[in-house]
Structure formats: C-alpha cells, structure tokens
Ligand binder design. Structure first.
Ligand code: G3P
Length: 217
C-alpha cells in the first residue's frame, strides 16, 4: 500500500520523506491556503522532496480552462499529478490528459458510479473522501469496498486513493479492503507507529539493560 501525505506544509513533508515511508503527496486549494505559500512555488518545492506523485489541483470549472491550468501545472515537474474535480468537464479533462501520458487524480468522489466514470476516463487515481462521507451519515468504507469490487470486476487499473482520512482505523480498513493508496494528514501517518505496549516494552527492556551495566560497541 502506498502512503501519501495530505498537506502542503514542506517541513512536514521533508520530515516524513526522510523516513523513507512516503510515496507521494496530495494537496488541494484549502491546503495551499493553509500553507500560505505561492501555489506554483510550493508545488515545485514539494515535487523536489518526493520522487512519487504530487497532486496539484486545477480550480477552473470548464474543460478548456482546466486544460490551460493543467498545462501550467504539469510543466512544474515530471512527478506532478493533475487533480481534477469529479464533474463532466473534469472527466473530459482527465481523458485528454491521461491519453497524453499525464497522471491524473480525480477528486471529490462520493459514489461508486462516479469512481466507475473516472476509471472509464482513464484516471490514474480516484480519490473517494471517506471522512467527509462519514461526516454526512454515509459509510465511507462501504464506498471503498464497492469501488474495489467494481474495479476488480473489470480489471480497471485506476488506483484507489483513499482521501479525507481522519484516523488510523480508516487506514487499517483501507488496507484490509485492498485500496492502493492512503493519503493522510501528517499526524495520522505519525500516529500509526504508536502503541502503548511498544512504549512499555522499550521502557522495560531499557531498565533491565541498565542493570546489566553493559554498553554496545
Ligand atoms: O485532499 C483531499 C482530502 O484528503 C481532504 O480531506 O479532511 O479536508 O476532508 P478533508
């Protein structure tokens, strides 16, 4: 399973990239606003921090303008993945860009039928938003299960990129279902390593080790 971080905070991205566990980055206009940086400049910097895909989102709503924005964004670096919304214009843009060899992430997916359309449009990634789905009284994980089933039925190679992840159970369930990618806020990635018994175990081992009076090397 690939791990992407969902942020435009370059300090956080750098720290996680150094662990060797990070496969890519996703951003969106809200995260760019939060970072308070110039969009093109910060995207270029992020693309230099990770070898994998860096999603950068268009903000136009019509196909022609989306294509123009995508042209600007894809020139930033080879690992920039163009993020388009799940609308007819977004799907048309997805089709045009992927046919041209550009990676595309179709975002704001809230139904399995929308995911089916994205696969038909040749999307590299589909981004179902599980957290926002749950927030509105739906079952986000049921959506991931349905998309996995449909993609496997027809051998679509569009990768399921679980987005809007709020906690470690979302990651666990996504992995059990066989989602291809999880994009997570930095705190969720860092939280995956934590277990009270690991901490307690280290404490116990170190206490006993100190009693031996030895050192390594
Ligand atoms: O980047 C898309 C998605 O991960 C946004 O998540 O927390 O704003 O619902 P959230």
């Amino acid at each position: 399973m690939k791990f992407f971080v969902d942020t435009a905070d370059t300090a956080e991205i750098r720290e996680l990239a150094e662990t060797g566990l990070l496969d890519g980055v996703t951003t969106n206009p809200s995260l760019i606003h939060k970072a308070g940086r110039d969009f093109l400049e910060v995207t270029k910097e992020i693309a230099g921090l990770v070898p994998g895909p860096v999603s950068a989102e268009v903000v136009a709503l019509d196909h022609k303008e989306m294509m123009r924005e995508a042209e600007v964004l894809r020139k930033i670096a080879d690992n920039v993945c163009i993020k388009v919304p799940l609308t007819l214009d977004g799907l048309k843009t997805c089709k045009a860009l992927t046919e041209d060899g550009t990676m595309v992430n179709v975002t704001l997916c809230f139904s399995a039928n929308q995911a089916l359309l994205a696969a038909k449009a040749g999307a590299t990634f589909i981004s179902p938003f599980v957290g926002r789905h749950d927030d509105n009284g739906f079952d986000g994980m049921e959506l991931i299960r349905d998309i996995r089933l449909i993609y496997d039925n027809y051998a679509y190679d569009t990768q399921i990129l679980v987005a809007s992840i709020r906690h470690s159970v979302h990651v666990l369930e996504s992995a059990k279902i066989g989602a291809d990618v999880a994009t997570m806020p930095p705190a969720v990635i860092k939280g995956l390593v934590k277990h009270v018994l690991t901490d307690k175990g280290i404490e116990g081992f170190l206490a006993d080790w100190a009693k031996t009076g030895q050192s390594i090397g």
